[in-house]
Design a binder for this molecule. Sequence first.
Ligand code: AMP
Ligand code: TRP
Length: 339
Amino acid sequence: MTIELAPLPAPVETARPRPRIFSGIQPSGAPHIGNDLGAIRNYVRLQAEYEAIYCIVDYHALTSVHDPDRLRRQTREMASALLALGLDPERCTLFVQSHRPEVTELAWLLATVTPVSWLERTPTYKEKKLNQPEDINHGLLTYPVLQAADIVIYKASLVPVGRDQAAHLELSREIVRAFNGRYGDTFPEPQAVFTEAPVVLGTDGVKKMSKSLGNAIDIFAEPEVIRKQVMSMVTDTRRILRTDPGRPEVCNVCQLHRFFGTDYEQIWEGERTARTGCVDTKRLLAERIIEHYAPARERYRELIAQPGQVDRVLAQGAERIRPIAEATMTEVREKMGLR
Ligand code: AMP
Ligand code: TRP
């Protein structure tokens, strides 16, 4: 895991309008701890200081999810999870991408300034071509154009995401430069904001934590499931015997302890001196993760039981930002010669 301090932009004076931030998240059902440590923590933190808009990107999900019931269920689960983790509809806007369909028009318009070669060299596109070779749909190629449209339709300048989104953000910036170059200054160049855990590794200790890779630690699963996931984690592979000294720097379990408790240095020392074994350190981590998310888990259960309430929040969110989306589209159509 890369450890890095978040490059938080300077605080804003309250008299001025708050700068706008935007982020999108796939409706992959309830999130895992990688999503929280890598991105959602920043969503929660930044909603206090910025005008924050957060979107559950169901149009993007259609590039891989083709079951309507599953998409609907997972969209609601993600919304409930984000609210349970601390997004406050009084302080930020949470909505579903397809509820503000203007963004698809903007994606088309941005596509006309985007060279195909930029899209073909996108790492996630190359990955998807390998991962779902039987379904290389056009949406996969154009995915980053829609992502750029998501951000710039609200003229957001900051985008809290995990490090895996860095290439997409760079592409968004290039698309903005191409558009502004051709039609005049219209959009700010969006900048990524990372947390202090921009890449969280999965239980295999090698790949990025991801639901589809089956190496995730869930936030909202039953404690028994979380315990199993944590106990299956790969630790320092060179530590064979219980008496071998551990290397916390390369042990994913030790790395995660940084985020769940304040005594990780003592835990690391225990590993280095072989006072503790990997099993002890994992057990402790599992209990801390379970405890850390216990209040959120309870709120999540309540929200899942009241889908009407969640749907209302999402509907209000989409309505609240309608004027921003409409104003941008009027301006863009005018600049491009469509009116
Ligand atoms: P996704 O579910 O792919 O839409 O990801 C939602 C957010 O979580 C994005 O900002 C990702 O960059 C972030 N994210 C996903 N997986 C990880 C991970 N393993 N480590 C850090 N951030 C992640
Ligand atoms: N591609 C992002 C992901 O997989 C999701 C996303 C869509 C997004 N639109 C966005 C993220 C706009 C930030 C800004 O995680």
